[in-house]
Design a binder for this molecule. Structure first.
Ligand code: SAM
Ligand code: SF4
Length: 332
């Protein structure tokens, strides 16, 4: 059989990574993501079934989208989630299967997720102090999340484990050095992500973004850092502590966008293909899937959408328009 043409966009970028939201629901209400009362959830029949997700991943993986990240909402609130992970891990062309989670259910699920074949884990933690964690997530859940991380860390196959914190001016400054110590003392790579205009409360403004460079400089002043080489398509700028004890990374989509070699697309929980976090257009794959489209037809729809992938996001430009969907409705 001839090798299929790789998936490329109209700017010559090869697409190799898909982020899939498996649910729009969540058990947390992080200030920078969801409103306190939650959002109107999708009806169950609007959400792609495991079989539908696996079908789309199969089509994507055969055209070179070998990296699959599962996210949400909170993926672990989807019933029987490890079964989906196992179905995707069984697809030959899927080379890297990863998960982004708030960690609340990791104590329960870590073993099942590792057994299902998840290779890499990102756990979101915004504060290492219980009361401030509560303030940010609106859930008093830090001890539960830290226990989940410990259970996960007990599985050698789960490493390296990444711990992600959103950088918010007026909040994260006090977290920076504790997180640096955390990264030095535990087998976790801590990464700071700049706050993006995708919060449901629409409170984002540029002044609230604590930049990766500010955080890096504050850490470097106390614990000197040395840059690690950047891999193409990588979202994070990674640094080693100069004394060799651990790593820390910065994802700077606002102050230092990495669109030029972006290799990612996204699939929402109800089957819309998005070519950028900030896309204003999306392509419905659920309707054709449910109407009986064959793989060739699905591939054609995907290629057409990807060809129009945005050159870059325009967060820093005048006239920037936020997408109607927020982070938990897209899948971060
Ligand atoms: N619920 C899971 C979690 O929190 O890890 C997965 C979904 S969550 C939407 C994925 C990531 O997006 C998390 O690391 C979260 O901190 C991040 N995030 C959410 N809203 C954001 C925003 N407005 N700006 C930057 N990152 C955001
Ligand atoms: Fe839920 Fe993750 Fe959004 Fe927090 S960031 S509200 S954990 S989806």
């Amino acid at each position: 059989m001839s090798r299929p043409e790789p998936l490329v966009d109209g700017h010559g970028r090869r697409i190799a990574d898909v982020r899939i939201s498996v649910t729009d629901r969540c058990n947390f209400r992080c200030q920078y993501c969801m409103p306190a009362d939650g959002l109107p959830w999708l009806e169950r029949d609007q959400v792609l079934s495991f079989e539908e997700i696996a079908r789309l991943v199969g089509v994507l993986a055969r055209i070179g989208v070998h990296d699959v990240r599962l996210t949400g909402g909170e993926p672990l609130v989807r019933r029987d989630f490890p079964r989906l992970a196992a179905m995707l891990a069984a697809i030959d062309e899927v080379r890297d299967l990863s998960l982004t989670t708030n960690g609340y259910l990791l104590e329960r699920d870590a073993g099942a997720l590792v057994a299902a074949g998840i290779d890499r884990f990102n756990v979101s933690v915004d504060s290492l102090q219980r009361d401030r964690f509560f303030e940010m997530t609106r859930r008093d859940a830090l001890p539960q999340v830290l226990r989940g991380l410990e259970v996960l860390a007990g599985f050698p196959e789960a490493h390296p484990i990444k711990v992600n914190a959103v950088g918010l001016r007026g909040f994260t400054e006090d977290e920076v050095l504790p997180f640096a110590r955390f990264a030095r003392e535990h087998p976790y790579e801590v990464r700071f992500i700049e706050f993006m205009p995708l919060d449901a409360d629409r409170a984002w403004d540029l002044a609230k973004v604590l930049t990766g460079e500010e955080i890096r400089a504050a850490i470097h002043a106390v614990h000197p850092l040395e840059p690690a080489p950047r891999e193409p398509g990588a979202t994070a700028r990674v640094y080693h502590f100069a004394d060799g004890r651990g790593k820390i990374g910065f994802i700077n989509p606002v102050s230092d966008p990495f669109c030029a070699d972006c290799d990612r697309i996204r699939l929402t929980a109800e089957g819309k293909l998005r070519t950028c976090l900030f896309s204003l257009h999306e392509t419905d794959l659920r309707a054709p899937l449910r109407a009986g489209a064959d793989d060739a037809e699905l591939e054609r729809l995907i290629r057409t959408a990807v060809w129009r992938k945005e050159l870059k996001h325009r967060v820093n430009e005048p006239g920037f328009r936020r997408p109607a969907r927020t982070m938990s409705q897209i899948g971060g």
